[in-house]
Write a protein that binds this ligand. Structure first.
Ligand code: FAD
Length: 488
């Protein structure tokens, strides 16, 4: 999702009540000062309470729609602090929210009244160039992994906005523009260290707790606080080729056809996204385009630039574009291009699905809905090429669902005016409802903007039952419930 083709990112309904599987009192608001002081005095990290000057900054999350007031925000500096925070939370019967990068679309890394265990003091990525591995701390951002890996000519396939958290992205799956070549982020995950609900520090990998490792790769927010992630890396030493060609909306159908043919015939190195959105008046388009819908194809080719030029020639021959920004550039430049448009604090909502194919009717529907976007909001339909290395991993190898689809599709919308909350959500919901008949099985858990979504519908019956077994084994009291929740 969220490629530079889009005007920005967006967010979630702060107002949705969060679901709890067992009714429990939210005691955080009632924590007395002496109890908190006793905890804080022995805690290695920082503790922020309501009324502290840093409280409003500490409770803010990426999505401007989310406005929750935790009873306590704690910022551990290491695993021992995480264990201590979790022990305190359980003693005080607090709802626990775990925060990595804070980019959860429904705001699941914060809560009202309970405790937020914010890992933003546990940052950094260490690379072993000889083994081609990276170890990231539980609060690391994608930029840290990207920068450290590229400094030695290596790369891990992650997402497309560099301030996203490594933790949440990985625990849900990890989509991006290198995935047709290298697989999902979880397909490159070697091991995760977790603090479990009972305060144990465990490792999940193919050799240690392999059952837990299965569940962590797609439903990972349910099983513990991840304090470190180990990834396998791949060589990427030359510039990648990246950018977007924009065409008038009247050519959307033909462009979609070309997009799907190129995705099918192109190499694993080639990622493509087809977009329908409104051209913003502020964008530097020729007269007559601003404010009208446009169709675009974004690409990232991670092969040598000469091969990219050859593989993209058909796209270049499509006819004179309204704009064309495709060119070789350092991978890190492409990774940061959407950062500003997806900055913290805007309001955002999205819905997504995996698609069987790309029929003309679906493309027509996106064009119709693009005309109906609420004025003042920036939204888009994005359709990503899928498959290849993603589909080479068997569907039942991880908890992630949706490997066998032909495309991923999302409707994303971002706005700032609270008066647009209803119309913006409505726009994305209506657009995706209209194309639901073209969807295939699977849902990407990290795209689910509703905090009350039924996790069974995301994972399907078989995987959900297996996840329930894991939840009963590792978190029978459902301490980790601020997620798309597997009920023990
Ligand atoms: P957080 O809000 O911190 O956490 C998300 C969930 O993970 C919460 O349930 C939280 O409790 C849990 N969690 C966080 N850290 C830990 C931890 N250390 N241990 C255990 N549980 C933890 N996804 C993609 O796949 N590809 C993309 O290109 C992409 N782009 C995005 C761009 C933007 C601007 C945004 C907002 C989201 C994007 N996403 C993308 C979705 C993203 O993967 C999810 O929002 C993800 O959950 C964010 O991770 P985080 O650590 O920042 O989130």
């Amino acid at each position: 999702m969220r490629d530079p083709a889009r005007p920005g990112a967006g967010n979630v309904p702060a107002v949705l009540p969060l679901e709890t599987s067992v009714p429990r009192p939210y005691h955080g608001a009632m924590l007395d000062t002496r109890t908190v002081k006793a905890f804080a005095d022995g805690f290695g990290g920082d503790v922020v309470r309501p009324g502290d000057p840093k409280y409003d900054a500490a409770r803010a999350v990426w999505n401007g729609l989310v406005d929750r007031r935790p009873g306590l925000v704690v910022l551990p500096r290491g695993t021992a602090d995480v264990v201590a925070a979790l022990r305190f939370a359980r003693e005080q019967d607090l709802v626990v929210a775990v925060r990595g990068g804070g980019h959860s679309i429904p705001g699941l890394s914060t809560c009202d009244d309970g405790i937020v265990i914010d890992l933003s003091r546990m940052r950094g990525a260490k690379i072993d160039p000889a083994r081609r591995t990276a170890v990231c701390a539980g609060g690391a951002l994608l930029s840290e992994l990207d920068n450290a890996a590229q400094a030695v000519g290596l790369v891990c396939p992650v997402g497309v906005v560099s301030h996203t958290g490594v933790a949440g992205l990985t625990l849900g799956g990890g989509m991006g523009r290198l995935q047709r070549k290298f697989g999902l982020t979880i397909d490159n995950l070697r091991a995760v260290d977790l603090v479990t609900a009972d305060g144990r520090v465990v490792r999940a990998s193919a050799d240690e707790n392999p059952d837990l490792f299965w569940g962590v790769r797609g439903a990972g927010a349910n099983f513990g606080v991840a304090t470190s992630f180990e990834y396998g890396l791949h060589p990427l030493e030359h510039p990648i080729t990246h950018g977007t060609v924009v065409h008038p909306i009247e050519r959307a159908g033909e462009l979609a056809q070309l997009f799907s043919e190129t995705a099918e015939a192109g190499p694993d190195e080639l990622w493509l996204g087809f977009y329908v959105r409104l051209a913003l008046p502020a964008e530097n388009f020729p007269p007559g385009i601003g404010g009208r819908p446009i169709a675009a194809v974004s690409v990232l080719h991670c092969g040598p630039p000469r091969e990219a030029e050859r593989d993209l020639a058909i796209l270049r021959a499509f006819g004179p574009p309204v704009a064309d920004s495709i060119e070789p550039k350092p991978h890190l430049v492409a990774q940061r291009l959407a950062d500003e448009a997806s900055a913290w604090g805007h309001r955002f909502y999205m819905k997504s699905a995996f698609l069987r194919g790309l029929p003309d009717e679906l493309v027509d529907l996106t064009v119709q809905h693009a005309h109906g976007m609420p004025a003042g909001a920036g939204g888009e339909f994005g359709i990503w090429s899928w498959g290849r290395a993603i589909a080479e991993v068997p569907e039942d190898a991880t908890a992630f669902t949706g490997r066998t689809a032909a495309y991923w599709m999302g409707a994303e919308i971002q706005w700032d005016d609270p008066a647009l909350d209803g119309p913006s959500r409505g726009w994305a919901r209506a657009g995706m409802a209209d194309v639901a008949r073209f969807a295939t099985r699977g849902r990407y858990v990290n795209d689910v903007a509703e905090s009350r979504e039924d996790a069974r519908a995301i994972y399907g019956d078989e995987k959900y039952e297996r996840l329930v077994g894991l939840k009963r084994a590792w978190d029978p009291d459902n301490v980790f419930r601020m997620n798309q929740n597997i009920r023990p």
